[in-house]
Ligand binder design. Structure first.
Ligand code: HEC
Ligand code: HEC
Length: 233
């Protein structure tokens, strides 16, 4: 009996490639990226219950990607799913708490995440077509910005920008906000204005292991945001 079992296991191992579905490699890669960039909010299983949700009192909450409560993700086509990840909430008329990832990940990587998300719910969409997905990622140029001392008005405006881009989803200021990005209550003591700006536009250039999404914010708005952050001491 034991020998028979071993033979069956050996046969299964040998023939595994024949049974493996197309796209399994991409789905596995997408899962890895999901655990790195998405689970903080969407949860390890994609149920919408990651560690940031409670800490940041997120409203709306991150989408349940498994369609447990009601069928939603299944009603969205692949192109929509890709846009949601690439352009974030601001790109699909949803909350900015959902960051944009097109300056953090390549098309190919975004496609792999979408392929993984499709494994989380029942749907009729065709498998993702990777033939058009570029493997290179766009990076944002980081120009110098002028960020002097912040007036009261600057601080108020900076707070608004911080809110508009959903930074509080991952960061807390005075115990208000998410947990995985670290507390920014005294970040003004830590980095000068230019470094802060670099972190916002191209976090990977500052920390090759960064988990922060890159933000496409223009210089003028960036200066206001950085002035505000620099005033946090
Ligand atoms: C900082 C928290 C946060 C992170 C990180 C995050 N999301 Fe989201 N996500 C949200 C929130 C909040 C919503 C709900 C937006 C709304 O309904 O207005 C959302 C919505 C979505 C949606 C559904 C859009 C819709 O039509 O409702 C998808 C798909 C999605 N996220 C995928 C991802 C993927 C993939 C990643 C990682 C690459 C990711 N999210 C990272 C917070 C986050
Ligand atoms: C999806 C989560 C997430 C979001 C949203 C996010 N960050 Fe971050 N941020 C991080 C993480 C994680 C780090 C820690 C270092 C790293 O991984 O790059 C970080 C680090 C930082 C730092 C450096 C902090 C330090 O102590 O050195 C600053 C400044 C910062 N973020 C600003 C912002 C701003 C401004 C926004 C909104 C425009 C924002 N972050 C949105 C995750 C996030």
């Amino acid at each position: 009996m034991r020998i028979l079992c071993s033979i069956i296991i050996l046969m299964l191992a040998l023939f595994q490639p024949v049974f493996s579905f197309a796209g399994e490699k991409e789905e596995a890669m997408g899962k890895q990226l999901f655990m790195r960039y998405c689970m903080q909010c969407h949860g390890e299983q994609g149920l919408g219950n990651g560690p940031n949700v409670k800490a940041a009192e997120m409203d709306p909450g991150p989408r349940d990607l498994c369609d447990v409560e009601k069928p939603y993700m299944k009603t969205k086509d692949n192109a929509y799913l890709i846009t949601a990840i690439a352009d974030g909430g601001l790109g699909i008329d949803k909350s900015a708490l959902m960051p944009q990832f097109k300056y953090t990940l390549s098309d190919y990587q975004i496609f792999t995440i979408a392929a993984f998300i499709r494994t989380l719910h029942k749907h009729d969409s065709p498998p993702l077509d990777f033939s058009k997905a570029k493997r290179t990622k766009e990076t944002l140029p980081v120009k110098k910005i002028e960020a002097g001392k912040a007036s009261k008005r600057d601080k108020l405006m900076g707070k608004k920008v911080y809110k508009k881009y959903g930074c509080s989803g991952c960061h807390a200021i005075n115990e208000n906000g998410g947990s995985t990005g670290g507390d920014l209550s005294t970040v003004g003591l830590k980095h000068d204005a230019h470094k802060m700006w670099q972190i916002i536009k191209d976090p990977l250039s500052v920390n090759t292991d960064s988990k922060m999404p890159a933000y496409n914010i223009d210089e003028k708005t960036g200066a206001i945001l950085v002035k505000y952050l620099s005033s946090l001491k």
